[in-house]
Design a protein around this ligand. Structure first.
Ligand SMILES: Cc1cc2nc3c(=O)[nH]c(=O)nc-3n(C[C@H](O)[C@H](O)[C@H](O)COP(=O)(O)OP(=O)(O)OC[C@H]3O[C@@H](n4cnc5c(N)ncnc54)[C@H](O)[C@@H]3O)c2cc1C
Length: 416
């Protein structure tokens, strides 16, 4: 298929890709958005799941008014968990209303062009010459398996993000490794589906979030700090609402806050559902996994070094996502080699731009730079605004007043 040209190609149509597209298209740029809207949420999260983020912290970013989750669902306030399918529907509604056209394809290769810009190859075979590329491929490529489980066959070991329908495990003995919301909810949903889950967690005690209060007394607001998209507290408010400041913190501090803000804990509404149907072993570290005829034997050790062997038919590792540029196979090896990284993640400018001009990273890949909010939908508005503003300033035929947020331009106003 022949070459075409575009101002911007966005790889991925999840919350970050769609938000960035909404801002860029609003100022009249020619943007190709590659990916089916909300595919990861639809295909890689378990049926029956609820979001842990509150309705007010679950909005995609758009320059137009009326596009927030709570605009779509007025009346959903603090303490109203959002079902997965409601959020997928919201994301697709957002795509239909705020983004003109997404393409159900994959970006299979991105390489630098000699004269500046990038050549992007799609799964359809089409190549696009683009001035700028936004990599918004989400968490999927970064699914993390502990070393002990890596390399095991997929019928024995899988990552939690490999499943939408946990009904496949009905009647089976399944170990779930992890202690965060994903592990706890996977264990509960497995039990609901008729499986026999065994939760294995490294921490000695499972942590649970408390029920958020809708109307907090002034005293509690002063003492504990304001509520934000990441929870309650003064510092948490900064990480959630001013991620631009996080970038100026020392690298070790940024790493720590990414690690420690919202540490593994279950949502308050899940607590009662983790009942006697689920065997729970806490304080156990995974030491070894051995394939057997009809399953897998997991050896774990407790804090005193005592060993325990657990035999199950399958292991689901709900062990999170770790950004690693080397796993982004859509970037050509040459391009990957040119991008400056720290701890496996791209080093980004204040505008989310990598060391190769015109290449931007949004979402989890930006978390070591802009902090923990980049792990959540709540960060999408900030990322989208910054990226759009920067691309627009760099695009010759588009004139935006210096320092003016792109979102202030009229919806649909073309600057050409
Ligand atoms: C089980 C689970 C529960 C979660 N719950 C919450 C929650 O309650 N609240 C919250 O804020 N966050 C939650 N998160 C985190 C959530 O994943 C991120 O906040 C959010 O998805 C980030 O949006 P994104 O656009 O970066 O990524 P994604 O939503 O993953 O979107 C990226 C998209 O890119 C597509 N893609 C990948 N590669 C390519 C390619 N080469 N070409 C084209 N498209 C590609 C993917 O299919 C995907 O649809 C949860 C994560 C998990 C795993």
């Amino acid at each position: 298929m022949s070459d075409s040209a575009s101002d911007v190609v966005i790889a991925g149509a999840g919350p970050y890709g769609l938000s960035t597209a909404a801002y860029l298209q609003n100022i009249g740029l020619d943007v190709r958005v590659i990916g089916e809207p909300m595919r990861f949420w639809d295909e890689n999260m378990p049926l029956g799941m609820y979001l842990k983020s509150e309705p007010a912290a679950s909005s995609l970013g758009a320059p137009q008014a009326g596009m927030r989750f709570t605009d779509r669902h007025p009346g959903w306030r603090v303490g109203h968990p959002i079902p997965l399918e409601t959020f997928v529907e919201y994301g697709r509604w957002f795509a239909a209303e705020a983004v003109s056209g997404t393409e159900d394809a994959q970006v299979v290769n991105v390489e630098q062009r000699g004269a500046g810009g990038y050549r992007v190859t799609l799964s359809s075979g089409e190549t696009i010459a683009a001035r700028a590329v936004v990599v918004a491929v989400g968490v999927g490529p970064f699914a993390h398996l502990p070393d002990q489980l890596a390399g095991m066959p997929s019928w024995l070991v899988s990552h939690s993000s490999a499943h939408s329908d946990l009904g496949l495990f009905a009647g089976k003995e399944v170990a779930v490794v992890g202690a965060g919301q994903s592990a706890l909810e996977t264990a509960v949903l497995l039990a609901d589906a008729g499986a026999r889950p065994h939760l294995i967690a490294r921490r000695r005690v499972l942590d649970w979030n408390t029920v958020p209060e809708e109307n907090r007394p002034l005293r509690s607001r002063l003492l504990e700090g304001p509520r934000s998209g990441l929870g309650t507290g003064y510092r948490t408010w900064v990480w959630a609402e001013r991620p631009g400041l996080v970038r100026y913190l020392p690298e070790r501090t940024r790493q720590r806050i990414v690690r420690e803000t919202l540490p593994p804990a279950g949502a308050w509404w899940l607590r009662d559902r983790l009942d006697e149907r689920i065997r729970v072993s806490t304080g156990r570290r995974l030491a070894k996994a051995v394939e057997q005829d009809d399953g897998i034997a997991l050896t774990t050790t407790d804090h005193d070094g005592r060993r325990l062997v657990t035999e199950v038919e399958h292991v689901i590792a709900a062990t999170g996502f770790v950004p690693d540029l080397e796993r982004l196979a859509l970037l050509s090896p040459e391009l990957r080699g040119r991008i400056a990284t720290r701890l496996g993640a791209p080093v980004l400018s204040r505008d989310f731009e990598a060391s190769t001009p015109g290449l931007y990273f949004a979402g989890l890949a930006a978390a070591y730079t802009f902090g923990p909010v980049m792990r959540f939908v709540h960060g999408s508005d900030f990322a989208a605004r910054r990226i759009a503003h920067h691309i627009v300033r760099r695009t010759p035929r588009v004139r935006v007043p210096v320092g003016r947020p792109t979102g202030l331009l009229e919806p649909g106003a073309s600057q050409r």
